[in-house]
Design a protein around this ligand. Structure first.
Ligand code: ARG
Length: 460
């Protein structure tokens, strides 16, 4: 550990930085998470400097092997970043100086911590985008297998949380598949904007040294290089976009969580969460709670909070870099971790759920959610839909007031509402017939679900 906690900017000052001020401004406890990206970025910068003849090849080799050792030291915990070093960039540079002496200082030729930290952030984002995309893909696989298992299972579809129409459970799971597919598209679209290297923008105005930003970008596997050095160090849009994409993922998970919580309740009783993924109550022995789903729903609030944090930090900042921007890391890291962990655990939770098929079959068979079938039956017999709706409404009222389910109302009773009713009305009053009869593209019919499954498997 370094004893001479030299800060990178102190040469023009006659007094040492106040310890409380340093403690307040130090970001080591947070940005130490970026040590791999920081070392990767520095190694690329130094390799470029040597290729351009700005520093010696042997010097570059010395620096790069020093950096590699430091990476190992940080990984193993042999080097513990200390807050007095101000930030992870300083931790690494100070340690490098201890190892190889003054030549370590050449690492910063033509570079500022402003383009350095922007580079680190983009490297970090690229990894998080991949990790989140991968987690989402796994979740989609789980959804496809649920949709396959339950493609013939009939559940209630809801609007306004009122039973609306019977649907194939496969159709329900594939709705979520589509939502997470869009989430993955959003991330891939964002990746294009993240994949631009800011390295070589220096403090914000570029450098008088003959840097080759395209070369360092290439070494770091960026697809392109900044076109304006002010924007390169000042842009945090990518963080806002990433957290915004995370927020949408969490919103999707939270809606899904809500369904699982409701459906696993005694009142709904549609779904069973296996004991390995349920929790009990310390007081009420009968309780079986869906805590994992609730936590995911709750963590959604944290990610939204981070989005607002970032938007607020950036609002009104004059160009170019301002120290306010250091506050970008806690919300970024927290959103990435929270979202990735939530998606991963949600896939597992989903695997540990099963639909209570017998109960669902019983409930859907006799439900008023078949009323739309009656209206469409009359429409097929040429009654205008508005009239059909009115007639069916009266039949529903009858069903409720007499406590007779729609399939159990006698044909004479149906005919008293409209002469168009014939015995075949009862064929329409079976939920599976209703689902099978859906003709439109992307509908809940079993055939449509099969088609969607083919598409879904292709996408994965
Ligand atoms: N810790 C700083 C950050 O994350 C690094 C950049 C510091 N630049 C500066 N001009 N003080 O933003």
């Amino acid at each position: 550990m370094s004893n001479n906690k030299e800060l990178l900017w102190q040469s023009r000052f006659s007094e040492p930085f106040d310890r409380d001020a340093l403690r307040f401004s130090s970001s080591v406890h947070v940005d130490k998470a970026l040590f791999r990206e920081d070392i990767q970025g520095s190694a690329a910068h130094v390799a470029m400097l040597a290729e351009e003849g700005i520093i010696g090849k042997d010097e570059a080799e010395q620096i790069i092997s020093g950096l590699q050792e430091i990476e190992t030291e940080l990984e193993s915990g042999k080097l513990v970043p200390h807050w007095e070093d101000e930030d992870i960039h300083t931790v690494i540079e100070n340690r490098l100086k201890e190892k190889i002496g003054a030549v370590a200082g050449k690492i910063h030729s033509g570079r500022s911590r402003n383009d350095q930290v922007a580079t680190d952030t983009r490297l970090y984002l690229k990894r998080q985008i991949s990790a989140l995309g991968e987690a989402l893909r796994t979740l989609q696989q789980t959804l496809v297998s649920k949709a396959e298992t339950y493609r013939e299972t009939i559940i209630f579809g809801y609007t306004h949380l009122q039973r609306a129409q019977p649907i194939s459970a496969g159709h329900y799971y594939l709705a979520y598949f589509n939502m997470f597919a869009r989430d993955r598209q959003r991330l891939e679209d964002l990746r294009k904007r993240v994949n631009i290297s800011p390295l070589g923008a220096a403090a914000f105005a570029g450098s008088t040294l003959p840097l080759n930003p395209s070369r360092s970008a290439e070494i770091l596997d960026f697809e392109g290089v900044f076109s304006n050095s002010i924007d390169a160090v000042s842009d945090r849009d990518i963080i806002i976009e990433f957290i915004s994409a995370c927020s949408i993922v969490m919103m999707h998970l939270s809606r899904f969580a809500e369904d699982l919580i409701l459906w696993s309740s005694y009142e709904f009783g549609y779904l069973e969460i296996s004991d390995a993924f349920a929790t009990g109550s310390s007081l009420m022995p009968q309780k079986k709670n869906a805590d994992i789903a609730e936590l995911v729903r709750g963590k959604t609030g944290r990610v939204y909070g981070s989005l607002i944090t970032m938007l607020t930090i950036m609002k009104g900042l004059p160009l170019s870099y301002n120290r306010d921007m250091q506050e970008d890391k806690p919300p970024l890291f927290d959103s990435a971790r929270t979202t990735i962990e939530s998606v991963r655990i949600f896939s597992k939770l989903l695997e540990h759920t099963s639909l209570r098929e017998e109960r669902l079959a019983r409930l859907t068979a006799e439900d008023l959610s078949l009323a739309t079938e009656i209206a469409e039956y009359l429409v097929r017999k040429q009654m205008p839909f508005r009239d059909a709706h009115r007639v069916t409404g009266r039949i529903v009222t009858h069903s409720i007031s007499t406590g007779t389910s729609l399939p159990n109302i006698p044909i004479d009773e149906y005919r008293s509402y409209s002469e168009l009713f014939e015995r075949d009305i009862y064929d329409s009053l079976r939920p599976e017939a209703s689902i099978r009869a859906k003709k439109t593209h992307g509908s809940c019919s079993f055939r449509s679900v099969e088609e969607q499954l083919v598409e879904a498997r292709k996408q994965l």
